[in-house]
Design a binder for this molecule. Structure first.
Ligand SMILES: NC(=O)c1ccc[n+]([C@@H]2O[C@H](COP(=O)([O-])OP(=O)(O)OC[C@H]3O[C@@H](n4cnc5c(N)ncnc54)[C@H](OP(=O)(O)O)[C@@H]3O)[C@@H](O)[C@H]2O)c1
Length: 372
């Protein structure tokens, strides 16, 4: 029997610890991969520090992490898209309510992935670069394509131009770079925001115009760019992103719908240990107050708001549309690139907690990746 090792979260708010893990088997519709690269996300540390609120259903001991790339080592009996030895990237679903199973956490050497949430990657794409994709593309796809969100046309080769505009506020985030590319691949025009140092990146990914979200005139400037055009909706990513999107979409023609990725109050300062409840309650109170203020503003301007949960595509048609139908071919023919750029934050599972802490301190158009 081959050994497996994981970065465990033994109970709510425990410290992450490396230890032995059962070697997983591939059930129906599943594969097992040998992990080569893992990318870290804000959600991974929020499960540790604020799991009481974010993932109260989670079974412990848990293995978290969603972004993983590696080689297929086993396939379930009915799996048709993969063979042992294939190079893949996948969304590991352990913290989704419908999966809730340590074997599906990315932070381990052998991970169970769902066939329909996994894509083959071209030989030219390094595991490290590929691992930047899963939660970013999943969250963006949830926002853009789910029927109860923006409900855009699916991305496709040679998609015809729709003549409508998607606003991606926070375009240089991991979610944003994927939202820009997916919307463009589906035939929509994209206007995005970012710091000026990331304007060129977003234009290379297909945005037609990029605005500095810190500019005091950004709302008026984007409003002017949208005059006379029809919007298909907005994706609001990053602290303080929702109110300006409401202000911009309010006077627009079209689908005045905002898919929200970021809550109105930050949970970044909530510690797992001492001071946990005080900071968690303050963040919850800030979220409730912020949501009420945003809801009132949206109602006044006849704009619809809805919070995304980046793993809901596991259970609807958007998961297979993204990972089976679109991504493998789009990566292979270069229509889609793995973004943002990765920075290797260490090697081995023990390097992940420090990578999560670096992530918390902030990155710019960069995905922190740990190799295995
Ligand atoms: N709801 C969900 O299911 C879900 C899933 C995934 C992520 N998220 C949330 O989405 C957000 C982005 O996550 P991520 O992993 O994509 O982030 P990330 O890649 O770590 O974000 C880094 C980027 O954030 C940008 N940024 C910083 N402050 C900003 C602001 N106030 N407005 C707009 N952009 C800002 C920076 O842009 P510049 O350097 O260009 O300034 C930087 O490039 C986080 O709040 C995260 O919690 C939610």
């Amino acid at each position: 029997m081959t050994d497996n090792t994981a970065l465990w979260l033994s109970s709510k708010r425990a410290a992450f610890t490396v230890g032995a893990a059962p070697f997983p088997t591939a059930q129906s519709g599943e594969i097992v991969i040998r992990t080569r690269a893992i990318a870290v996300n804000p959600m991974d540390r929020l499960v540790q520090t604020s799991g009481d609120l974010m993932t109260p259903y989670l079974h412990y001991p848990a293995i978290v992490g969603s972004d993983v790339a590696g080689d297929v080592v086993a396939v379930g009996a009915d799996v048709t898209r993969f063979r042992v030895g294939d190079r893949v990237v996948g969304f590991a679903g352990s913290t989704d309510k419908t999966r809730n199973r340590a074997a599906e956490g990315a932070f381990q050497t052998y991970v169970v992935l769902l066939e329909h949430m996994t894509a083959a990657i071209p030989d030219a794409l390094a595991f490290e670069d590929a691992s930047a994709l899963p939660l970013g593309i999943s969250t963006a796809a949830c926002a853009l394509f789910q029927r109860n969100f923006l409900a855009l046309n699916a991305p496709a080769k040679g998609a015809r131009a729709i003549g409508r505009i998607v606003l991606v506020w926070g375009g240089s985030t991991s979610v944003g770079v994927n939202a820009v590319q997916l919307a463009v691949a589906a035939g929509y025009e994209v206007i995005a925001t970012a710091s000026p140092r990331n304007f060129d990146l977003l234009k290379r990914l297909g945005a037609t115009a990029v605005f500095d979200y810190r500019s005091p005139t950004v709302v008026a400037d984007i409003g002017a760019a949208l005059r006379g055009k029809t919007v298909a909706g907005a994706v609001a990513i990053g602290a303080g992103s929702v109110q300006p999107c409401i202000d911009i979409l309010g006077p627009c023609k079209g689908n005045r719908f905002i898919a929200m990725a970021t809550p109105p109050a930050s949970f970044d300062a909530v510690p797992a240990g001492r001071g946990h409840w005080r900071k968690l309650i303050a963040a919850m109170a800030g979220t409730v107050a912020g949501n009420i203020a945003l809801a009132l503003s949206a109602r006044r301007k006849k704009v619809t708001l809805k919070m995304i949960w980046g793993s809901t595509l596991i259970s609807n048609e958007v998961g297979p549309m993204t990972f089976e139908t679109f991504l493998p071919e789009a990566l292979a023919d270069g229509r889609y690139v793995a973004a943002p750029a990765v920075e290797i934050a260490g090697h081995g599972l023990a390097a992940i907690p420090a990578a999560l802490e670096r992530q918390r301190r902030g990155v710019s158009a960069t995905k922190l990746v740990v190799t295995l």
